[in-house]
Every structure is written in structure tokens, then in C-alpha cells.
Design a protein around this ligand. Structure first.
Ligand code: SAJ
Length: 425
């Protein structure tokens, strides 16, 4: 679908992935209809503002809306192409929840017409794009959909995962290579024409199942590698070895590149996507499952280490007077996103275990979320927290913390999950 044939493109789901994609197409002068069930998000976007935090995106959305290339609505409308970017969380025992994808697909079914292209971007278990074909074939028996044997369908369908890093979305959307997984060859060809509009990276053609699996594989790869680093940090703690020095030394080997341990793996992708592989092939995906369990267990281990420090401090000071200052709440450095954050989980548990004695320092936010406020955790500035604490707990390696290494006073102790204040985790 060349740009000249693409009069309107509709993006279903205007969150962290859909809104930047909608804005990029609109910035290349494609008329974009953004659809979201969240009325507040829709109104905010139509005002030329954004409801998520992502550098540079606000300016692009503002320009696209004021020039008339981007408009948001809560009800799906006809378009030439559709990009679906809705969440795929898990439910119960890590079972993928495809209800948002199915609802999005069924919401566009009534407005589909011959010549349309549908692209699924949501991270999805293998086979989801094929399921989309089935759902649509039932909803619109008057249209033909792609099958291996039918490469001239009325509606083309492809799976093209996003691979952008939160905090660098605008740059990575343009620069990253992209996998284009067509249900059939012509589906991939149509999708390539759409992404060519703004992607400068390579467009790599494959089938839908391989494209689905490749997205899951990338995040599982990172999860397994972080689990290796997190497991090393536990082993080194037992053996009284500095894990940061160890990793630094081992990484001098030309074929070794170990990632960094931390207080756990957070965010909405790496801690979720590997489960989609485990759920499909539980017998085969043993290493991927073990990595998930190791990373999920790390926050609890950190909390236990802090409790041991509290125990030690109580030899010299009444338990009720011991103050704990936690540095960092976001799920990773230099962002303000506290959702699915292992640091938040740790501070919440500490706040419950030691009421009114835990303070948090998070340079990227102005107020604490109510989950922490309600249990008596206070937000403090760095200097104040360092001064008043008996136990300092470094959880996230924000730039501000790297630039300010506190000198411990007598009686103060430190647990550093990122190895930037003491190199011992
Ligand atoms: N982390 C460590 N040690 C490390 C690296 C990361 O503990 O050495 C932790 C972080 O602190 C954080 C978590 O892992 O809690 C995830 O952070 P991240 O920066 O690794 O990844 P995300 O979740 O922000 O983005 C990932 C990216 N995937 C890969 O790098 C393979 C991104 O490219 C994907 O687009 C994104 O997931 C997604 O949407 O799937």
C-alpha cells in the first residue's frame, strides 16, 4: 500500500506503542484516526497533548493534531489500513489474555472493506495473527481473508512487532529494523509499503508465526541474560565475592557480555513476554521459565537483605527509631514509570514491615503514588534522606544517584542493588 494509496490509517489503541506510531504516520502527512476506549486519552490527544510520558512525543502529537493529520475517537471508523496496538497482559497462572486484541479486531470488522490492510503490533503468542483471520472470516463472510492458498484476499493481514525502548521510542521507531510477518507473501508486501513511510531501518520479511515468536524471543533472551546476572549476584553474596568486579572482569573476555544484576526485572514486556512462550510449550521452555522465576524472586531477596541490616542495626538502636531510605522507585533508570516496578514492590513491602520508618527518593516524580503514601512512606530529597537514614537502599541506578555518591557516617549501612555506591550487592 504505497503512500499515495494510503489516504487514512487507523491506529487502534493509543498507549505507549500505538500513540507514537500514530504520531509518526501523521508527521509524514498520512491522515491518522486514532481509536481508544479511554475517553480521557482521546480528549487529551484531540487537545494536542499526550497522556503518557515519552520524550519528544508531545511536540510531534501537538503538531500532528494542530495540522489536522491526527484525530482521536472512541469508535472505529473506516480507513485504508489499520494498526492494532492494544495490550496483551496475562491472567491467572501466566495465561495470555487476548481479549483486547479480539475486541479490537471485532471493533474494526464492521468498517472493513475490500483492499484494506490490517497489521497487528501487539506482542502476541504464536498463532494470534492466524486467529485474527478466523475471527474476521466469521464476522465478515462477505470478504475474503488471506490463507496460505489464497494470496489475493480482499483484506491483507500481517504481524509486525514493535521493538522500541521506552524513553527512546521516537528515535527507535524510525531507526530500528522491523520484522514484517505476512500471513501470505502479498500481505508482507503491503505492510512493507506502509512502514516504509517512516522507518529508516531495514524491513525484514517473514511469516506471521516467526514474527510473533521473534518478538517473544528477543525479550526472553534479555530476561534469561538478566537472570544469569541476578543468579550470579546471589552466588557471589554466598561466596563473599564482589559481583560487579566479577562481571567487569569476565566481560573482558572477547565472547562474554554479562548483563547487570538489579533489584528485579520490571516493565510491561520483559517480565511478561517470556511467559507466552512457556504457556505454549511448557515442557520445552524450561530455561525460559527458570529465568522468569529467578528474576521474579529477586525483589524478595533484596527485601530480606534489608531486613538483615535492620536486624543488625537494632543491636545499637531501638527498632522503632531505625530509618530506611530507599533510592529509586521507577522500573528502570532515568524514567518516571513506576508501573510493574520491582523497586516499588520492595519499598511497599518495607513500608509495611517498618511503618513510618521508610522514605523514598525518586528524582523523576513529584508525588508518591497512594500505594506508598497510604502506608506512611514519605518522598524526600536526596540530601535529606541520606542525612536522616540508618540504612540506605539503592534500588535504581538513576543518573542523579550516579553523580552523588554518599559518604556513609558511622552507624549507617548500605545495601546497593546496582553496585554504584558500593560495588557490593
Ligand atoms: N534490567 C536489569 N539488568 C540489565 C538490563 C535491564 O536488571 O542489565 C532490568 C531493568 O532495570 C528493567 C527490566 O530489566 O527493570 C527491563 O528493562 P529493559 O531496559 O531491559 O527493557 P524494557 O522493558 O524497557 O524494553 C524491552 C526492550 N527489549 C529488549 O531489549 C530485547 C525493548 O526493545 C522492547 O521493545 C520492549 O522491551 C518491548 O516493548 O517489548
Amino acid at each position: 500500500m504505497k503512500k499515495d494509496n494510503l489516504q487514512t490509517l487507523s491506529v487502534i489503541g493509543l498507549g505507549y506503542i500505538g500513540l507514537p506510531a500514530a504520531a509518526m504516520f501523521a508527521s509524514r502527512k498520512v491522515r491518522v484516526i486514532g481509536v481508544d476506549i479511554n475517553k480521557v486519552a482521546v480528549d487529551t490527544i484531540n487537545d494536542g497533548r499526550i497522556h503518557i510520558v515519552e520524550p519528544e512525543l508531545d511536540m510531534i502529537v501537538h503538531a500532528a493534531v494542530s495540522e489536522g493529520y491526527l484525530r482521536a475517537t472512541t469508535i472505529a471508523e473506516a480507513a485504508d489500513a489499520f494498526v492494532i496496538a492494544v495490550p496483551t497482559p496475562f491472567v491467572g497462572d501466566h495465561e495470555p489474555d487476548l481479549s483486547y486484541v479480539k475486541a479490537a479486531v471485532l471493533s474494526i470488522a464492521p468498517v472493513l472493506r475490500k483492499g484494506n490492510l490490517i497489521i497487528l503490533e501487539s506482542t502476541s503468542p504464536v498463532g494470534t495473527t492466524e486467529s485474527m483471520v478466523e475471527w474476521l472470516a466469521l464476522a465478515r463472510p462477505d470478504l475474503s481473508f488471506p490463507r496460505a492458498a489464497n494470496d489475493r484476499p480482499d483484506v491483507h493481514i500481517a504481524y509486525c512487532p514493535e521493538r522500541v525502548l521506552p524513553g527512546k521510542v521516537v528515535r527507535e521507531l524510525v531507526a530500528n529494523d522491523r520484522i514484517i510477518g505476512g500471513i501470505s507473501k502479498s500481505c508482507a508486501e503491503r505492510a512493507i509499503e506502509v512502514y516504509r513511510i517512516f522507518v529508516e531501518g531495514e524491513l525484514l520479511v517473514s511469516d506471521a508465526r516467526t514474527a510473533e515468536m521473534s518478538k517473544l524471543t528477543e525479550n526472553a533472551f534479555r530476561d534469561v541474560n538478566i537472570a544469569f546476572a541476578n543468579e550470579l549476584s546471589l552466588i557471589c553474596d554466598n561466596l563473599n565475592i564482589d559481583v560487579w568486579e566479577l562481571i567487569g572482569l569476565a566481560n573482558h573476555h572477547p565472547r562474554v557480555n554479562i548483563l547487570q544484576p538489579g533489584c528485579g526485572v520490571g516493565g510491561h514486556c520483559i517480565a511478561v513476554d517470556p511467559w507466552f512462550i512457556v504457556h505454549k510449550t511448557p515442557e520445552a521452555a524450561k530455561l525460559i521459565k527458570a529465568a522468569r522465576e529467578i528474576n521474579d524472586r529477586k525483589p524478595e531477596w533484596v527485601r530480606e537483605q534489608v531486613s538483615e541490616l535492620v536486624e543488625k542495626a537494632s543491636a545499637h538502636k531501638s527498632l522503632r527509631e531505625i530509618k530506611i531510605a530507599c533510592f529509586g522507585l521507577a522500573f528502570k533508570p532515568d524514567i518516571d514509570d513506576l508501573r510493574e516496578s520491582p523497586a516499588m514492590q520492595i519499598v511497599e513491602q518495607l513500608g509495611k514491615a517498618y511503618p513510618e520508618r521508610v522514605v523514598a527518593v525518586e528524582p523523576n516524580i513529584a508525588t508518591l503514588p497512594s500505594t506508598l503514601k497510604d502506608i506512611g512512606v514519605r518522598l524526600e530529597c536526596m540530601k535529606e534522606a541520606v542525612e536522616g537514614a540508618d540504612i540506605l537502599v539503592l534500588l535504581v541506578d538513576h543518573q542523579e544517584f550516579k553523580e552523588f555518591v554518599p559518604k556513609l557516617k558511622s552507624g549507617q549501612s548500605l545495601f546497593d542493588a546496582k553496585g554504584i555506591w558500593s560495588s557490593k550487592a
